[in-house]
Design a protein around this ligand. Structure first.
Ligand code: CA
Length: 616
């Protein structure tokens, strides 16, 4: 018997010696896979997953590290180890020593030196965010298109719901194209492994929180993408999904505890009714359904009230910021999460990275509903998300109204004006993310009836009003289509694949309208980038009349005037009503046409167009 034991010990040592990197015998996962010195929060909780790992005793002997608690849970394949990493901690490899009386093995755990950030992180109104759906943008590496060991097969590019092969290398290859457009930050829809049977391309059903999907690249390539972005002075926005993960996630297939996810007797989906959360007449039934119901059958709803789940997710976000130097988070399906958890997550993230960019997806109706999720808002509900901003769907509804309905008291520009008058509800409306489209919405060109003039009007608005504008890939070349199915608004960027019949990343290949519009966006976005009044100044708007709307972006010394004419007739605008802001300015430069205006008393605006004038 003891000979067997000795053999097993020798075998363990041999395995450890020949395979010092990776997981030891009996260990499948350690989350987080490594950590850093010098973090503001000295505590780290390791979730260790391995067959019957709970039957082992754990010893850690590393200067500066103290084991605070080892917690065994319902499933013996997990232990949770709370560590305190002291101030004197040095980088190195810490050994986790497991023994159960008959066998001993060691698992190395690396502690890295925390790196200094190479540039300022965070997001504010100086930014212009470009949203990419990586599977549909550009295929920079055809060798990763097919992954035969993953559940979803490769069906080629004709299927709207299958993977097309776009990847991180494809994005890196086009960072200069993106920068040239005037962009300062890129938000990619999630890149984590989604080893699901179908629809894995969209990325919102993670099956590993610490691993980039191999069909997109690797963790190392993601890190390179971040560093290539930073080299170009562009920021990295990571899309995080705290609400749910994929049904094929290894921890879903072997749940640490039954209440790791919200359990229902039969599949129960959310009611998708965000307002139920703040409705003073609302029922607990509706609230529970909203929060604990599953977003989709293949997306188990994580129970963030379980403190181990909460810690797991929060550490994961901090890990990615530290690992890849992420600059900001877009938080998916924000309103479906446990709100206390989301507040704790924001607190923990800001504790490590004060001012990190964060904005929540709040796909709702009503400024009062949207504002509820905006940090430091003035609604006095007792809830504070602490988030700088939210996705401004409310403003989008007004922009849609502007291009679809004639001017009226509450319609067209009237809708835009009224919407902005409600900004007092937000903590800081300038941190709201404004947009014309995203991967879930009909392409704005289609929403605007394929009218380039309307497209330009709306573009001018989001690039000059308050907020952080966000762009959806391909809108600059007038990609179109309505949703339903979603794949219609997630088409491949023409030229992103070798052998595409046309490469629209090259401006010379664009058709008349496309080229004209592309240059419009590029000129305005690059002007915006250097305009202090637009990116850092105040906003003053005037009541719109007869389909014409005037607003100003200004500082103490500089002023930009924006005039929007949504009528089908040219207008000679008398400016006497705007003296409050125009006082002292005698000339203006149309920043799109470069034409100098020497008489500001009356300004001619062509039908269905906008003018951006830098006053002098
Ligand atoms: Ca590929």
């Amino acid at each position: 018997m003891h000979i067997l034991r000795l053999q097993s010990l020798i075998l363990t040592i041999v395995i450890f010696l020949v395979a010092p990197i990776g997981f030891a015998q009996n260990i499948q996962q350690i989350c987080p896979p490594n950590w850093w010195t010098g973090m503001n929060d000295p505590s780290v909780q390791l979730m260790i997953h391995g067959e019957n790992i709970a039957n082992y005793n754990l010893k850690v002997n590393y200067p500066g590290v103290e084991v605070f608690a080892v917690t065994k849970v319902e499933n013996p394949n997990y232990v949770f180890v709370d560590l305190i990493m002291g101030e004197n901690l040095k980088p190195g490899t810490m050994n986790l020593e497991f023994s159960n009386g008959t066998s001993v093995f060691t698992q190395p755990f690396v502690i890295n030196q925390r790196e200094k950030r190479s540039m300022d992180y965070g997001l504010d109104s100086k930014d212009f965010i470009y949203l990419i759906m990586p599977d549909r943008f550009a295929n920079g590496d055809t060798t990763n298109d097919v992954a035969s060991d993953m559940y979803e097969k490769y069906y080629g590019r004709t299927s709207l719901t299958a993977r097309h092969g776009g990847d991180i290398q494809g994005i890196i290859n086009h960072l200069d194209y993106i920068k040239n457009l005037g962009v300062t930050a890129v938000w990619c829809t999630p890149l984590l492994e989604n080893n699901q049977e179908e629809w894995s391309y969209h990325g919102y059903a993670a099956t590993d929180h610490y691993k980039v999907d191999k069909r997109f690249g690797s963790n190392e390539l993601y890190k390179k993408y971040a560093s290539e972005s930073h080299k170009r002075n562009m920021k990295v926005v990571m899309d995080i999904v705290p609400n749910h993960c994929g049904s094929q996630h290894w921890m879903i297939k072997d749940l640490p505890m039954k209440d790791w996810v919200h359990q229902w007797d039969t599949y129960t989906k959310t009611n998708y009714r965000t307002p139920a959360l703040l409705d003073q007449y609302g029922s607990e039934h509706d609230k529970k359904l909203m929060l604990d119901g599953w977003f989709d059958k293949h997306m188990p709803d994580l129970n963030q009230q379980n403190p181990f789940v909460a810690k797991y997710l929060i550490q994961n976000y901090i890990w990615w910021v530290e690992y890849a130097q992420v600059d900001g988070f877009r938080i998916d399906t924000y309103t479906y999460n446990d709100l206390k958890f989301m507040q704790d997550a924001a607190t923990a993230i800001f504790n490590e990275y004060p001012g990190l960019g964060m904005f929540a997806e709040t796909w709702v109706d009503g400024v009062g509903v949207q504002g509820y999720f905006n940090g430091n808002n003035n609604l006095n509900t007792g809830y504070n998300s602490l988030l700088p901003g939210v996705t401004d769907f409310e403003l989008l509804w007004s922009i849609n109204n502007m291009v679809q309905k004639p001017f009226g008291w509450t319609d067209g520009l009237g809708s835009i004006y009224l919407k902005l008058t409600q900004d007092y509800l937000y903590g800081d409306a300038n941190k709201n993310v404004t947009f014309l489209g995203n991967h879930d919405l009909s392409r704005f060109f289609s929403v605007a009836g394929e009218d380039v003039n309307k497209m330009k009007l709306a573009t001018t608005f989001i690039l000059t009003t308050r907020g952080i504008p966000q762009w959806y890939y391909g809108d600059e070349i007038l990609m179109k289509n309505f949703t339903n199915p979603d794949g219609k608004v997630r088409e491949d960027f023409p030229g992103g694949w070798q052998g595409d019949s046309i490469n629209k990343f090259k401006v010379e290949n664009l058709r008349g309208d496309e080229k004209d519009y592309f240059n419009y966006v590029k000129t305005l976005a690059n002007y915006r980038k250097i305009s202090v009044p637009i990116t850092q100044g105040k906003l003053m708007q005037f009541v719109p009349y007869d389909g014409v709307y005037v607003y100003f972006r200004y500082t103490d010394t500089q002023c930009v005037m924006v005039i929007m004419n949504t009528t089908d007739k040219p207008v000679d605008l008398s400016t006497k009503n705007y003296a409050e802001r125009m006082k002292g300015f005698t000339k203006g430069k149309n920043i799109m046409t470069k034409v100098e205006l020497t008489n500001l008393n009356s300004i001619a605006i062509p039908a269905m167009s906008a003018q951006v004038l830098e006053l002098r």
